[in-house]
Design a protein around this ligand. Structure first.
Ligand code: R5P
Length: 298
């Protein structure tokens, strides 16, 4: 029987209702959808259920993050006014994690400040494969709060092992090394990662690792693909080196503009992703991963 103390609900927005329904079903909790009204001047008004249980799990994936951050900053205190004593943010994709230092004098370190905003609003933040490079732990991103960073790499590794016979898993840069090795572990797969030099949003060079891919199946893996330039640069080189096939697996399928076309032009055959960001390439669900973490976090 659900005790008053552990009574919970999932609160979600209409554009994520399908994912939220799967999460609520996995948890056995009710799902409520936030009503949104956009005023003619662009402001937003939210309407939550008038009486909320003590534990509210607010789902908001932060792809296209700017407006969603405002929604979160309204929804979290609003939920507390309506009965929530603990509000947990489940953000399958946590935005603004890549700007984790001032790369030029005067640049604002977005990761730190977005993290501080979330820490102010939520008791806990649960996410999947956040881009933590110079900051090693999610706890440092949301100070004084519970941060939980889950990894979809084992799930992607299992998917890759089902789809491709004995592939080499290659990461395009240093950061991807952690995910590539985790995906390969347990399946006896070879893994290696390269180095990347980024000169601009759409201007990257990738130096691939010294691994023999001639005649072999390769799966390129990364935490996030945005413009696709990073993966395309890696794929072109793998093709030149004689890879038998090149597939792509990512946790977060942002794939802006013509990113998917760019990958195919560079020689990529198939593109797979998790549903941490909704996209036509979604093949692996992170719902069970999130549900298990939420059960542990009680
Ligand atoms: C950053 O290092 C990330 O891990 C990705 O490699 C990067 O965000 C990919 O961006 P794009 O697809 O625009 O090259």
């Amino acid at each position: 029987m659900t005790s008053e103390r552990s009574a919970a609900c999932v609160l979600a927005f209409d554009d994520e209702a399908a994912f939220a329904a799967r999460l609520a079903a996995a948890l056995g909790t009710p799902l409520h959808v936030v009503e949104r009204h956009r005023f003619p001047d662009g402001e937003v008004k939210l309407r939550l259920p008038p009486a909320l249980p003590p534990r509210v799990i607010l789902l908001r994936g932060l792809h296209h993050p700017n407006e969603k951050l405002v929604e979160l900053l309204l929804a979290a205190p609003g939920a507390r006014e309506l009965g929530a004593r603990e509000v947990t943010l489940v953000a399958p994709y946590l935005a603004y994690m890549r700007q984790d230092m001032a790369f030029a004098p005067g640049e604002v370190v977005s990761q730190r400040h977005v993290g501080a905003l979330l820490a102010q609003a939520f008791d806990a933040v649960i996410t999947v494969d956040p881009h933590l490079h110079r900051v090693r732990s999610i706890d440092d991103v949301v100070p004084q709060r519970r941060g939980v960073a889950l990894s979809a790499a084992p799930l992607l590794g299992a998917w890759i092992a089902q789809q491709v016979a004995a592939p080499v898993i290659v990461g395009p840069d240093e950061e991807s090394d952690q995910w590539v090795r985790e995906a390969a572990r347990g399946h006896g797969l070879e893994a290696a990662s390269g180095r990347k030099l980024r000169r601009g949003d759409c201007d990257v060079s990738v130096m691939l690792p010294d691994v023999d891919v001639q005649g072999r199946a390769v799966v390129l893996m990364d935490d996030v693909a945005s413009t696709g330039h990073t993966l395309a640069a890696a794929a072109s080189q793998l093709r030149e080196r004689g890879a038998a096939s090149i597939d792509v697996a990512v946790t977060h399928a942002l794939f802006v503009g013509d990113a998917i076309e760019r990958l195919h032009q560079a020689g990529v055959l198939r593109v797979w992703s998790t549903d941490a960001v909704p996209h036509e390439t979604n093949r692996v669900s992170v719902v069970p991963l999130l549900a298990a973490a939420l059960r542990r976090d009680r």
